[in-house]
Design a protein around this ligand. Sequence first.
Ligand SMILES: *Cc1c(COP(=O)(O)O)cnc(C)c1O
Length: 390
Amino acid sequence: MSFDHWIHERMENRKRAGLYRELRTMNTAPLPHMLVNEKEQLVFSSNNYLGLANHPVLMEEAVRALREFGVGSSGSRLTTGNTEWHEKLEDKIASFKKTEAALLFSSGYLANVGVLSSLPQKGDVILSDQLNHASIIDGCRLSKADTVIYEHVDMKHLEKQLQETQAYARRFIVTDGVFSMDGTIAPLDEISKLASKYNAYVIVDDAHATGVLGECGRGTSEFFGVFPDVVIGTLSKAIGVEGGFVAGSKLLVDFLVNHARTFIFQTAIPPASCAAAYASLDIIESSKELRERLFQKIQQIKNRLKEVGFLVYGDDTPIIPVIIGDAEKAVSFSNRLQEEGIYAPAIRPPTVPNGESRIRLTVTAAHTESHIEQLLRSCTQIGRELRMIS
Ligand SMILES: *Cc1c(COP(=O)(O)O)cnc(C)c1O
């Protein structure tokens, strides 16, 4: 079989399974209205939760750093890529997360892979929530430690697994702070209690919670008033830029500089991105208003969808999964939304369990009252058309 023929066959299998993925082109700044494949759409699927990705101050700061330092960082942090901007941003992240220190990675993905492949060792076990992000799963695969999966946010099951893994040298509990597909918040208070009781360590991936949850937006730790051993995060969601980080003790950071291969062998993010992220954290720290606006919209959308009869999963986070059930119906729903000028993707198995296909809405502080009215009107109309609600 020729090389092309072989790839073609694999792709056909994928299409038959309904798993084919395609890129869409967004020819506009990340605003609520974007040109999606040349058609104007009101977007309810962005991770730009606070609407900061095109904030003038962030752009100004990035341009200033760019003029001074150029577009690329020229090397890994340990060779020629480390600038004062990287260090300033790490201090800023540490103070924002209330930890001793922080370390930048090129992405949240690489931060997860770097931590999980270096920290747990052979003879250790990682206890991982069933719905953890793909980058945690990949980190576990690269680790020499064993991995045990516990049922999604099921503390009884986690405790049972902790009891059954006492023969291991060390136990690491790893969880998303806010789960990407279900919008659930991990019960970090209970996880921390179990961790102390069974002498385990806690690693939290706060990608969706950073800038969003807690009184000052510091994330899940602040929301529950707990201090995990390792906090991982991204600068690409509410922060609005790019890059990932780990926040924790100075010792942990030194360890990762020496052991995390995704830190050591990766080119540093550009100083301009650091400058933008720094400005973003300044804004997040100095104002509650964006977060308050965001949560008011989250509650408005969830309440109204439930009122008209939709099944909506999750806790109060910007991720709002509207359960449709059947995979084809979810696709029809999403296509109908697009016809109405609203972009929100259908999420199907195997990303979510059979029978739980959904429309995954995300809301941002940049959505206006009239955007939300348009969304709710269209959802109600389509829900009636598809005989999901009366
Ligand atoms: C988005 C996300 C990541 C990856 O972050 P990037 O900076 O985009 O690589 C990791 N974990 C979770 C839970 C995420 O949602």
